[in-house]
Ligand binder design. Sequence first.
Ligand code: HEC
Length: 167
Amino acid sequence: MRCLPSLLLAVAAGTLAAGCDLSMKNQPRNDRMESPTLWPGGPQRAPPPAGTVAFEDIARDRALAYAPPITAALLERGQQRYAIYCSVCHGERGEGDGIVVRHGFPAPPSYHTERLRDAPPRHIVDVITDGYGVMYSYADRVPPTDRWAIAAYVKTLQVAGPEREAR
Ligand code: HEC
């Protein structure tokens, strides 16, 4: 067995490393917001300058502010995301009769009511972002561009119309 020596070496190295463990546990380190030794008069992590905005926030706000152009790819994405996140309650055709509702969750309104047919895609994006009444926000699961994609798809569902007349 040619690999036996390297195996033994690895085991020995492992034992040595384990032997070093004691000293590893006692290393000096700087905890966040701990005593003021690194920054004069402040915690270990310097606070961001006033007015700092995380780069991601700007990108997210920009994506939320403008509807992307409607393309086949966007609609396809919307259809897929709608099936994953919305149809369980709103139903495949947006009639408010998804499986979760059939198990007792409060029924959402049909997308085919006059009020929701007239609502702009922005309203759907806002509902996904903030939630609405008993519907909770999907902001942490559906990123901004997908919200527009879903909104575009819901609009096509509305154009297609309900399977039966909205109540
Ligand atoms: C767990 C069930 C559930 C899921 C999942 C769900 N919703 Fe809802 N939704 C509701 C309920 C219930 C209401 C009605 C809330 C109320 O009026 O209190 C509602 C209302 C709405 C409305 C109508 C708001 C209005 O002006 O009346 C829209 C639009 C909407 N949802 C879009 C979506 C979209 C898009 C998704 C997927 C990202 C989604 N919902 C996922 C339950 C759900």
